[in-house]
Design a protein around this ligand. Sequence first.
Ligand SMILES: Nc1ncnc2c1ncn2[C@@H]1O[C@H](COP(=O)(O)OP(=O)(O)O)[C@@H](O)[C@H]1O
Ligand SMILES: [Mg+2]
Length: 317
Amino acid sequence: MSRREAEPAPGGVRGGRPGVAVDAVDLGRTYDLGGTSVAALRGVSLTIAAGDYVAVVGPSGSGKSTLMHLLGGLDRPTSGRLAIGGRDVATLDAGELATLRNETIGFVFQSFHLLPRTSAVDNVALPLVYRGIGGRRRRTMAAAMLGRVGLGHRLDHRPNQLSGGEQQRVAIARALVTDPVLLLADEPTGNLDSVTGESVLGLLEDLNASSGVALVLVTHDREVAARARRQIVMRDGVVVPPADDPDTPTVVPAARGGPEIVDPAPSAEPRRASGSDSGHPFGGSGGATGATERRGEIPAAGKRCGGSIGAGPGGGS
Ligand SMILES: Nc1ncnc2c1ncn2[C@@H]1O[C@H](COP(=O)(O)OP(=O)(O)O)[C@@H](O)[C@H]1O
Ligand SMILES: [Mg+2]
């Protein structure tokens, strides 16, 4: 991973079309499993624009995590074209892709992925190491970010001294400490109880609204998905128009108080291919963006707005 000091840009995309964070055209990703090939993605085109809030839904195995890994530069497509922050990933070597990821993307996963023997503040400071920022300043920036997620009083706790909700807040702080353009959250509430999950989701939405970071959220909860500005519906490795999606209601429910939608079986965290240049996912941070897929778009029913970030006492769980 190359080290260079990169000041976060003021909430914009650093290259390519203005206001576009990620642009994908006809993306394919095929895994080779001992002679058998598994086509996890079969031609997905979408654009994520600055500040957007997009939900990705679809059954387990439909390619959601594969898509997230590609959009975040953790993996490369086997076909199609992908530009992150205006840069075609096919033109980047592994080190350049890692740097781009560090400057542009934040990741949050279902299972937190914190370093177990490392304090909250040092977990959050980790992506700043790759930027060559000095220790004292890293700690100051990480502590400030933990304050924004409501954990200013937990700086020196290790993950096993924190609740699940608090651990996910640490992971969110780590994803955002570099001021990324795009935050990719793959079932971030999947390991949390519903009350804690709601609190974490509210935090993500507040951060999206206040900092302008684009949020792409994988969820199997249709009510949660309806809160996003748009939905991408995936089936068998492709984005399907909502009309072809048996789970999509004809009328998209209101953000709150709409009809109850039964959510399908939860999907497990995906296996990941070794051998992609998936360096360290937490080297990244970025700015702001939104997504516009060319097919399969469901307009937002409503956008949750505002609120203070940081939850305050009791906001964490
Ligand atoms: N590393 C891998 N090697 C082989 N097949 C994989 C790998 N990761 C995912 N797959 C397969 O690709 C398809 C899509 O998986 P994934 O993107 O994890 O789906 P989702 O996140 O929607 O549950 C599934 O059939 C899955 O089994
Ligand atoms: Mg998945």
